[in-house]
Ligand binder design. Structure first.
Ligand SMILES: *Cc1c(COP(=O)(O)O)cnc(C)c1O
Length: 314
């Protein structure tokens, strides 16, 4: 399925001066190149969905797809089977079913709000999601995964923060890929969360010709740390349909990360990770995590001990 095009006017203005930002949101012809090992659902969300809109892949964590909308669409989106698919916001009934599932599974300790982008919901809808969760589980940690601080910082204001701060413990997991995304406005809204006692950790996707460069990544991670945001994951590209032009060959990714680890402090350095294609879950990546290699594939062992493969690309 094709991913619709949309970019916020704020991000478009930034992208006008920065090709590394433009390439993330403006479609290219390369998206029509779909490799035989690529898929619109590379992480097999649909196979780990016991209830509609609920992905349960790890024992103690679940992920809720609260809306299919984002404030701009990343052309490398790995969840393109769902993003902008027209399924819209979670309904009251869907939320009830999910909350029922969570109430029945007391091994769940963390709930990830995702989508789409949870901060695209109206404040009232976000509050109803958070309060429904809190009604059944007071202790669970809620993570909000969002790229709104980068795409539409003005969406985040005191009234949003006031609406959600009663539901702590909450973590914001931002998605920032390039130092040019970390404008003063973006930094200021991240501070709103931190000042309200909502810690922020960041995920970065490693992207070819966008941030696959030591200087860029070093600047990004040290700038994040300076404003109080912990670099959490640096993610190797997923095998999403039509995204091969964004993937960095794994051999090069290893070299980049090895150099980064020499230059950055433990606090500034994110974990380099791969979400194993086929639903194996996330693993920390390094050369020593490779079980074996052949002409076309790297082989990795998942946390459950199963073997999964990832292509050797040029
Ligand atoms: C990434 C992910 C999580 C969270 O994994 P962490 O390693 O704890 O960040 C949970 N559920 C799903 C489906 C995920 O993709």
């Amino acid at each position: 399925m094709e991913l619709p095009f949309f970019v916020s006017s704020y991000f478009k203005r930034l992208a006008d001066d920065c090709p590394e930002l433009a390439r993330q949101v403006f479609p290219s012809e390369m998206e029509n190149v779909v490799l035989d090992y690529e898929d619109s659902d590379p992480l097999c969300d649909n196979r780990n969905m016991p209830v509609k809109r609920l992905v349960h892949r790890y024992d103690d964590r679940v992920l809720i797809l609260v809306t299919d909308r984002c404030a701009s669409y990343c052309r490398f989106c790995f969840r393109r089977h769902f993003t902008a698919s027209g399924s819209s916001d979670i309904s009251k009934e869907e939320l009830q079913d999910i909350v029922g599932y969570i109430a029945r599974h007391d091994n769940i300790r963390e709930i990830l709000l995702s989508g789409g982008d949870p901060l695209m919901l109206a404040n009232s809808k976000l509050v109803s999601v958070l309060s429904s969760i809190r009604n059944v589980r007071r202790d669970v940690i809620v993570r909000i995964g969002s790229r709104v601080p980068v795409f539409l910082p003005d969406r985040i204001d005191e009234s949003l923060i006031d609406a959600i701060r009663d539901f702590k413990p909450i973590w914001l997991i931002s998605h920032i890929n390039h130092p040019a995304e970390l404008t003063d406005r973006a930094s200021n809204v991240l501070s709103l969360f931190i000042d309200a006692g909502i810690p922020v950790a960041n995920q970065t996707v490693l992207l070819r010709d966008i941030n696959d460069n030591i200087t860029i990544l070093e600047e990004l991670f040290s700038s994040l740390l300076r404003i109080g945001v912990k670099p959490y994951y640096l993610l190797q590209g997923d095998l999403a349909a039509g995204t091969s032009h964004f993937r960095v060959p794994l051999e090069r990714s290893f070299s980049l990360y090895e150099k980064l680890s020499c230059r950055l402090s433990g606090l500034a350095l994110p974990v380099f990770a791969l979400d194993l294609p086929g639903g194996g879950g996330k693993i920390a990546l390094s050369r020593s995590s490779v079980e074996y290699v052949d002409d076309n594939w790297y082989y990795f062992r998942s946390r459950e001990g199963k073997i999964y493969k990832y292509p050797r690309e040029e």
